[in-house]
Design a protein around this ligand. Structure first.
Ligand code: ADP
Length: 489
């Protein structure tokens, strides 16, 4: 049995702002049959604390970046949790990364340096009787874990893995924070946390971890190019032999159209006709006419990355094609306003609900005909995977994980009976418009559409295969440890 500690800033169902939470929440369960015992380290935000019933205190830390902290352990929703109870860092209103005003918390560097420091310390024996062999760090918030391990003093060090869910978020700070990070001076170097004269949390993880992963094979190749590498492509090219692209899956229990309580009418492949009841409910929720027009959905952060500006430019065409659009999300104010303006221009055909609503997102996937993901870059993307499972045909940009998980309905793929959705490239409003045209044309051929929809529902988008690849990676890292140990002796 391999002991792995997963360090993440969010995990479903306790606290979620995006795909990272889905992955951190699902991976431990997916690995449990594969000889891997995974515990999860999370900050004790109020949302996490609300799930704790009778936690056990397993350690006390006198001064964790400015205050006293306790480590609490409890099993919650199938996750074997260790939470960092440090009120000075995590007990506050607002979001987990930003306050009510949308501005990042000014002490985020301390909040997530603390998360990383505790993760690394657990790997070096902070709690008696618990010593993970591998620490799996997710995204920049856990990016210092590999640095704390690499520059730490312990003799028997855990192996570290750094997983990038999105290279756009790097945790970049000025050099002034370095003296407070509890790292030795030599760590402020190109081989450590130093990045363009400051401190880079994600850079540190990518530099110091034993293995790197990102969440799809295509994104693993893309991040090594200047176009997608966001300044880190040189480092990623130099570490190419340690970089793996492992596709995300979705949690089959959390996303099961056959038993989903958020649906008016749960359905399976054989009862897919029931989706029409969910479609009526979605149309009602968004104030859209309840007719049989093709209904497109967007469930997304409303940001430039997600191509929402391209979508705003294409709404008039979508309506001209006789389709409808429902949008759930929030994000950049200009894009929120552009989507709202589109709804105002097209009453009864376009509806927008601002905000985050887990239940409604399920209903939309179970009722809309197609889900749109026009991202400029997309490390993996979960919405298209959910769409496949829920018979909501994905219409996606050909990039990152979207390219790896959707098979475009071109003539060859249709003739070979393998198409599961529509892809477009380049990521422009013109190409998106063409994809909308093609999708509506396919929708108007009910037999072709329904075959494509059912094929998508039968596609394996759950964790089985990818969990196996992670398990093999853990084994190979420890295999290397054993060999290194032999050589050391
Ligand atoms: P991200 O880059 O935001 O992590 P992903 O596609 O990887 O994108 O994951 C997004 C996850 O967040 C999916 O589970 C999706 O259903 C969910 N999501 C995004 N926006 C909303 C929203 N406004 N309300 C509910 N769920 C949302």
């Amino acid at each position: 049995m391999i002991e792995v500690l997963s360090v993440a800033s969010e995990a479903f169902p306790l606290v979620k702002t995006g795909g990272l939470a889905d992955v951190a929440g699902a991976l431990p369960g997916a690995l449990s049959g594969l000889d891997v015992q995974m515990r999860t380290l999370l900050p004790n935000y109020p949302a996490v604390n609300a799930h704790l019933k009778s936690p056990e205190t397993i350690a006390e830390i006198d001064d964790l970046f400015g205050g006293h902290a306790r480590l609490l352990a409890e099993k919650v929703s199938g996750l074997d949790l260790i939470v960092i109870d440090a009120p000075h860092l995590y007990e506050r209103g607002g979001g987990i990364y930003a306050g009510e005003d949308g501005a990042d918390w000014p002490d985020n560097w301390q909040r997530f340096a603390a998360l990383s420091w505790v993760g690394a310390s657990l790997g070096q024996g902070l709690v008696k009787g618990y010593r993970p062999q591998i620490i799996h760090a997710h995204d920049w918030q856990a990016g210092l874990v590999p640095a704390y391990v690499a520059f730490g003093s312990g003799r028997k060090k855990p192996k570290t893995i750094m997983t990038v869910h999105n290279l756009a978020f790097q945790g970049q700070y000025g050099p002034d924070i370095f003296p407070q990070l509890k790292l030795p001076p030599r760590a402020f170097s190109v081989d450590g946390v130093e990045y363009y004269g400051g401190v880079g949390f994600l850079k540190a993880g990518l530099q110091c971890a034993d293995a790197l992963t990102t969440v799809s094979p295509t994104y693993a190749a893309e991040v090594r190019t200047p176009e997608f590498g966001m300044g880190l492509d040189g480092l990623l090219r130099s570490r190419a032999s340690s970089l793996h692209g492992i596709l995300n899956g979705i949690d089959e229990a959390a996303w099961d159209p056959g038993s989903d309580e958020n649906l008016i009418a749960p359905f399976r492949v054989s009862t897919v006709a029931k989706r029409s009841q969910n479609k009526l409910a979605v149309q009602a929720r968004f104030g859209i006419h309840q007719d049989d027009s093709p209904l497109f959905a967007i469930v997304s952060r409303l940001t430039w990355q997600k191509g929402i500006d391209l979508m705003a430019q294409s709404v008039d065409l979508l309506v001209e094609l006789g389709a409808q659009l429902c949008v759930l999300g929030s994000g950049e104010p200009a894009l929120e306003a552009a989507m709202q303006a589109a709804a105002d221009r097209h009453p009864g055909r376009v509806g927008v609900i601002k905000g985050y609503n887990e239940g409604l997102s399920h209903l939309m996937q179970g009722g809309a005909d197609a889900v749109l993901v026009p991202s400029r870059f997309e490390p993996c993307g979960l919405t298209q995977l959910i769409g496949l499972r829920y018979g909501c045909v994905p219409v996606v940009a050909r990039t990152g994980g979207l390219a790896d998980t959707v098979i475009d309905a071109n003539t060859m793929a249709l003739n070979a009976s393998v198409a599961t959705g529509v892809q477009f490239s380049p990521v422009t409003a013109t190409a998106l418009g063409e994809a909308l045209r093609r999708t509506v044309a396919l929708y108007r051929q009910p037999q072709v559409w329904s075959k494509m929809q059912r094929r998508g529902m039968k596609t394996d988008v759950c964790w089985g295969a990818s969990a196996q690849v992670y398990a093999e990676l853990y084994h190979s890292l420890l295999g290397r440890t054993a060999k290194d140990d032999d050589q050391d002796d």
